[in-house]
Write a protein of this length. Sequence first.
Length: 241
Amino acid sequence: MIFSPHPDDECITGGLALRLLREAKWNVTNVAVTLGSKRERRAARLRELKNACELLGFDLIVAGLEKINLETRKKNRARWNAFVKIISKILAAQEPRVIFLPHENDGHPAHVGVHFLVLDALEKMPRDFSCFVVETEFWRQMANPNLLVEIGTNDLADLIAALSFHVGEVKRNPYHARLPAWMMDNVRRGAEIIGGTGGPSPDFTFGTMYRLQKWHGAKLAKVFTSGKFLDAKKNPADLFR
C-alpha cells in the first residue's frame, strides 16, 4: 500500500511496489492522500491518476484530504485527528503487509505531512497490528537509507509512461524525462551510502533507495543491521519474510 502525498508519487517512488506486483504477484493499492493543493486541478488530476494506476496495475483509494502538513498537525488538532482517523480506518480495512510513505524530511510540506499522518495513524492501531514500513525519498535525500532496489528497464519504461499520464504536472516540470537520470544517481549514491564506503558498486544501472523498517509493538523496529542491494535476480518478497 502506497501512501502518496500527490498524484504522481505512486510512479516516482513505486518501483519496488511494481516489482512486488509483477514478480511476487502481490496486490498493490495506491492511497491518494491528497489530489493536490489547486482545487481547479483536482478533477483532472484524478483522471490522470486513474490512468496511471491502470497502466501499472495498482488499485486506487482516494482519501482526497487537504492541508496535510505540519502546520495543520500543530495548530488544528481537531482537523488533524479527523484525518488520522481516516487513515487508521484504511489501515484497519486493508491490513497491508507493507506500506510505503515519504521519509520525515522529504523536502515538501505535503510529503513531510503524509509521513507524520501515517505514523500517527499507526499509533492509533491496536498494539498487535504490524506491517513493514518502507520510507521513500524524492524531493530531499534520506540521511540513512538502507535499501537500494534495482529497477529494470521494462519497469522503468512503464513508470515513465505512467508518470507521463500526469499531464498537467509534467508539463510544468518534465520529471518523467528525468526519472532515469535520478535512478542512475541513486545507484551512484547507494553504492557508498548503503553498500559502505569503498565497497563494490552494484551491478545494475537504475535503482531506487528506500529505508525499510517494521511497525511492531506500536513502534518502528529495524529489520536488518546493514544496507542491502536488491538486484533483478532476487525476489522482492524475500525482504518481507
